[in-house]
Design a protein around this ligand. Structure first.
Ligand SMILES: C[S@@+](CC[C@H](N)C(=O)[O-])C[C@H]1O[C@@H](n2cnc3c(N)ncnc32)[C@H](O)[C@@H]1O
Length: 286
């Protein structure tokens, strides 16, 4: 079972009411969803994810609370539809735990990881959109370099892009990792392809655009007195969440509950090193 990041902190900030209506915007394998569902009596949690395969697993993992959960497959831009389809106008709380799940990251056939060989896919929603293979094999070198520089914050992006273009067609995750490693040898602790993989994943899934849509629609969906909680893993994402929540505060549309972001305890980091970079921010709508 997937280990949910900052589970206790997320539940405390959401302050689930037994009769409330909640959205888990990133249900994944259903970890946070089941924690919310377990606190409900007559309430409902709408479990949303763009990944059909994950939602299927979430459905199995949360079977115990099936009566309190409505599943919805879609991106952040369709959250308003998810709420409407479930028969509600507003919700009492919305949780988003950004990025990819442990499952997506470690399942070779999804193509997110260079720890094992797999197709260059990286789409969270495999029913639509361009794959990482499309991107690396078809983009102009300059566009590829810009993308790796901006989204991956890779200083050696030009070198990486040049090597990728020369090595086309790139066939698999290990092939890509190998080409990057030859172009930019390891300097620190992290694998030299880490930033390139992150940039491709963010571009394939339009993660910056998705976060913008979440931050635009989320506050509109949450009723006065309800909470919005976002857990992010990258500093560029946390910065956006912080700015948006501050703006809601300035406009007197919400109270910021986390002046500083909450972070996982040492104990959680020891148990689940992947939680290390998590930052949680919350607001209460007015
Ligand atoms: C970190 S995991 C969530 C794990 C989950 N909270 C749990 O406890 O099991 C993030 C999930 O969000 C989904 N996701 C990421 N961006 C999304 C978006 N823009 N729209 C819908 N789902 C998204 C991913 O497919 C992934 O399953």
């Amino acid at each position: 079972m997937h280990v949910s990041v900052m589970a206790a902190e997320a539940m405390e900030c959401l302050a689930v009411r037994p009769e409330g209506i909640y959205v888990d915007a990133t249900a994944g394998l259903g970890g946070h969803t089941s924690l919310i569902a377990g606190r409900l009596t007559t309430g409902i949690v709408i479990a949303n994810d763009q990944d059909a395969e994950s939602l299927e697993m979430a459905r199995r993992n949360t079977a115990e609370w099936a009566g309190r959960i409505r599943f919805h497959q879609g991106r952040f831009g369709s959250l308003a539809d998810a709420v409407k389809e479930a028969g509600f106008a507003k919700v009492d709380g919305l949780l988003a735990d950004l990025g990819v799940s442990r499952y997506q990251l470690t399942e070779p056939k999804r193509g997110f990881s260079f720890l094992s060989d797999g197709p260059l896919d990286m789409r969270m929603d495999q029913s639509t959109g361009i794959t990482a293979a499309d991107l690396v094999n078809q983009s102009a070198e300059k566009a590829l370099a810009d993308l790796i520089y901006q989204l991956g914050e890779e200083r050696r992006a030009r070198k990486v892009a040049r090597a990728l273009v020369r090595a086309r067609p790139l066939r698999s995750t290990l092939h890509l990792a190998d080409v990057v490693e030859r172009a930019v040898p390891r300097t620190g602790r992290i694998h030299p392809a880490t930033r390139t993989f992150m940039a491709l994943r963010m571009a394939v899934n339009d993660e910056p655009g998705e976060l913008d849509r979440l931050l635009a629609t989320g506050p509109e969906l949450v009723a006065p007195g309800g909470r919005m909680v976002v857990i992010s893993f990258m500093s560029i994402d946390d910065r956006k969440v912080k700015e948006k929540f501050r703006q809601l505060g300035r406009e007197a549309r919400a109270t910021v509950l986390t002046k500083h972001p909450l972070q996982p305890t040492e104990e959680e980091i020891a148990r689940n090193p992947a939680s290390r970079s998590a930052k949680l921010r919350a607001v209460e709508m007015k």
